[in-house]
Design a protein around this ligand. Structure first.
Ligand SMILES: Nc1nc2c(c(=O)[nH]1)N[C@H]1C(S)=C(S)[C@@H](COP(=O)(O)OP(=O)(O)OC[C@H]3O[C@@H](n4cnc5c(=O)[nH]c(N)nc54)[C@H](O)[C@@H]3O)O[C@H]1N2
Ligand SMILES: Nc1nc2c(c(=O)[nH]1)N[C@H]1C(S)=C(S)[C@@H](COP(=O)(O)OP(=O)(O)OC[C@H]3O[C@@H](n4cnc5c(=O)[nH]c(N)nc54)[C@H](O)[C@@H]3O)O[C@H]1N2
Ligand code: SF4
Ligand SMILES: [Mo]
Length: 699
């Protein structure tokens, strides 16, 4: 028996549409969905390794309850009913004693996030968070400060771009399949790439221009670019006059930030800065300055992201071909989006201060729909704003994804209950009291994906094969726990198919409509708004706010003076981190195929600096920061700025049952200090200064 199933990959968060060939209950082949433009068969290495995850005997195989001390690796396998009863009993006791707010649920945003939010509202907790702030919180806030939309409500028309500038956006390694294919199309038509990074990445090698910038100084470069663009009137005057609020203030502000000044700060020659400004302006409006995710992440990140967005606006690229666009939802064409459980009548609202205090004076601007996860250890340890007792973790790895692992461990130690839902033995699963294994994406149907964009669409993840082990979909797990706590009525489904049908009610589409191609479209044509008169901006002024009411009403300046970045003292380096093409964050290091390709991380260090420290390529080095230390092999290279060292994120796992990744490499979270951009919401992951020495002990 063979069948073809259209679904969505979930080896990483990008969710590429896929076509899965199944024979006799086995997945034989996965490729990109051929019906989706920009995908057309493509799949990355991680996606191709999904079969290895499916068949991995080292993944979670059934519900587990801890029997020894936390993290000791002593476990008892239990039935689902026992696991659900236990979680419900413990949660019930905690809620009774400390209130619903003592329960925090954290997850990487996923298709079932509305299910989690519904659960928390039922139990009276305001404490849902997603990974968003850890990934791009300051980008989110910067977008809202200028346009009134979040970054998730905006997109980039890669296919038609003529020049794209990346600030540490390592596009060809930290990848998303569709944007890469679209940009490749643009490159074939003659588009140019400028890449800026203290480290030579694969993306740098594909670029037409590369700047090895001094780490942490991108904002200085941007102020100089803006200075030149305004002084030489290289911007889209008509667009800016019509839509921008605060150009005069910006002009005044950038006066002192000349290219010569920026050369001293960034190490990039002044004439090359001027050359870039002039060159990109010739291609406007089809020019994009990529606002990025994780590259260049410092305590003033919000202002870097704003400066990048301002450069886009000066190019007049908003709603232009080859520029930035606002994602269009079904409402644009009179359609209805899939329903969410949170929209149900009678579901309680929770009006309490959040654990991270987002929305209060201490963190007024980060997006309350996502929260600020890196505040969790402080909230638990200081019982501020109130005691937190239980942590439910779904598809999230706080021990690696929140900086300062030891701080996080101390906080977890204080909790009465940790429950983790995952597909594999993550470190947090290893550290939990109860572990509930989710079926992998090939084994489950998921909630509907509402895919807004130039063309609003819906996609569906469909079960390709039955679960290999005793696992369940997350939405079913939550329903079971909620039902035991007396809230079953807000989870009106028995199976995932029931839930999808419920979501689709009123949209005019049915579950069966997804069978032919894996998706449905609300319209056939791309929707651009009229750039002359029809931008539907959501700021108070209905303009693009260079002078931002969001920031200024909260007491933050729109343009704070630049603060110089001092070079680290001798023998010390700025720690930079990032991803590689064959791993997803912390998820795939134990995947048999991907582990073989990149089994551990290494520390990139500049050749001259390494010589000074007596370090040779492949030597074991000790890296220490104010909050942790560890040993890793050195990779001695000219391809990194002398002030920085670099390592891949996601290694140094401690869960013993994941034997291939156990103890391999070092975790960046062990070294990074838990500091944040308190305006934008992101952690400053590239801010920690480390000491590097030759190690005389074993890793
Ligand atoms: N293969 C793969 N692809 C992925 C992911 C994955 O896990 N694996 N994850 C996805 C996700 S969630 C994200 S957020 C994106 C992340 O995509 P990117 O934002 O491109 O992130 P990183 O890989 O973290 O690369 C960050 C780069 O910033 C550079 N950098 C550090 N400091 C500075 C600085 O001061 N200035 C400049 N200009 N550069 C600096 C680092 O050297 C590094 O090369 O990737 C997505 N794609
Ligand atoms: N120190 C440090 N911290 C970082 C970063 C960094 O570079 N360094 N990068 C930041 C960025 S950009 C991001 S996006 C975040 C990502 O942070 P996380 O969301 O924590 O990382 P992921 O590796 O994407 O996945 C987390 C967990 O989801 C599990 N998982 C995978 N598939 C499924 C599934 O189908 N169901 C369930 N229930 N679980 C599943 C994985 O096994 C893994 O344990 O981290 C941020 N934090
Ligand atoms: S980028 Fe790769 S791993 Fe991520 S969803 Fe797409 S195919 Fe899967
Ligand atoms: Mo991310």
């Amino acid at each position: 028996m063979s069948k073809t199933v259209y679904s969505l990959c979930f080896m990483c968060t990008v969710r590429c549409p896929i076509k899965v060939e199944v024979e006799n209950g086995q997945v034989k082949w996965i490729e990109g969905n051929p019906h989706v433009p920009g995908i057309e068969g493509s799949l990355c290495a991680k996606g191709a390794a999904a079969i290895a995850l499916l068949n991995d005997t080292q993944r979670l195989q059934g519900p587990m309850v801890r029997t020894g001390p936390r993290g000791s690796g002593q476990w008892k396998r239990v039935s689902w009913d026992e696991a659900f009863d236990l979680v419900a009993k413990k949660l019930g006791e905690i809620i009774e004693k400390y209130g619903g707010r003592s329960v925090v649920l954290g997850e990487r945003t996923n298709l079932a996030t509305h299910v989690s939010k519904t659960f928390l509202r039922c139990i009276g907790s305001p404490n849902h968070f997603t990974h968003d702030a850890l990934c791009k919180g300051s980008v989110n806030t910067a977008c809202r400060s200028l346009f009134g939309y979040t970054d998730a409500q905006m997109g980039i028309d890669y296919k038609n771009v003529k020049h794209i500038v990346f600030y540490g956006r390592n596009f060809f390694e930290s990848l998303e399949v569709k944007p890469i294919n679209f940009l490749m199309e643009a490159l074939e038509k003659g588009a140019r790439i400028t890449y800026i990074d203290p480290r030579v990445t694969v993306t740098a090698t594909k670029a037409h221009r590369y700047f090895m910038i001094r780490p942490g100084t991108d904002l200085a470069l941007n102020y100089a670019l803006i200075h030149v663009i305004l002084k030489e009137r290289l911007y889209d005057v008509k667009f800016v006059d019509k839509w921008v609020h605060g150009l005069g203030k910006l002009e005044e502000f950038v006066q002192p930030y000349t290219p010569e000044w920026a050369e001293r700060e960034t190490g990039i020659p002044a004439d090359r800065i001027v050359e870039l400004a002039r060159e990109v302006s010739k291609d406007k409006p089809s020019v994009v300055f990529h606002y990025g995710y994780r590259g260049a992440s410092h305590t003033n990140e919000i202002y870097l992201r704003r400066s990048i967005l301002i450069l886009n606006v000066l190019m007049g690229n908003i709603e232009a071909k080859g520029g930035l666009f606002f994602k269009k939802g079904p409402g644009e064409v009179g359609g209805k989006p899939a329903r969410k459980l949170t929209e149900q009548e009678g579901l309680p609202r929770v009006e309490e201060v959040r654990f991270d205090k987002v929305g209060t004076e201490s963190l007024p601007l980060p997006d309350p729909n996502h929260g600020v996860p890196q505040m969790l250890p402080y909230a638990i340890l200081n019982e501020d704003p109130y005691p937190i007792k239980a942590f439910i973790v779904n598809r999230f790895e706080p021990l690696h994804s929140i900086p300062d692992r030891k701080l996080m461990e101390r906080a977890l130690e204080k909790l009465d209950l940790i429950v983790t839902v995952d597909v594999r033995w993550s470190d947090i699963a290893w550290y939990s009291d109860i572990v509930l294994p989710e079926s992998t994406f090939l084994e489950r149907t998921d909630c509907v994906q509402q895919a807004n964009g130039l063309k609003p669409q819906m996609f569906l993840r469909r079960q390709a094969v039955p679960p290999r082990y005793d696992t369940r979909p997350y939405s079913i797990i939550v329903k079971e726990i909620a039902t035991r706590l007396g809230h079953g009525r807000f989870f009106p489904y028995e199976t995932m198919e029931d839930l999808v049908r419920w979501q689709l009610e009123g949209t005019g589409f049915t579950l069966e409509d997804f069978e032919e191609k894996g998706f449905v479209s609300y319209t056939d044509s791309q929707i651009f708004w009229d750039r002359e008169n029809g931008l539907k901006l959501k700021t108070p002024s209905k303009k693009i706010e260079f002078v931002s009411s969001l920031l200024e009403n909260a007491g933050f300046p729109s343009f704070p003076p630049y603060e110089p970045v001092l070079p680290p003292p001798e023998g010390r380096y700025r720690l930079m981190v990032g991803r590689c093409a064959v791993h997803t964050h912390v998820s795939t290091q134990n995947n048999p195929y991907l582990n073989e390709l990149v089994p551990e991380n290494v520390l990139w260090i500049n050749t001259r600096e390494a010589e000074r420290l007596g370090i040779k390529n492949g030597d074991l080095v000790e890296v220490s920061s104010p909050c942790g230390d560890g040993c890793v092999k050195a990779y001695v290279t000219d391809l990194i700025h002398p002030e920085a060292v670099f390592m891949l994120h996601g290694f140094g796992h401690t869960a013993r049952f994941a034997e291939r990744s156990y103890g391999k490499g070092i975790s960046d979270a062990l070294l990074q200090e838990n500091k944040s951009d308190m305006v934008g919401g992101s952690p400053a992951l590239d801010e920690t200064i480390v000491t590097v020495r030759r190690a005389y002990r074993k890793a």
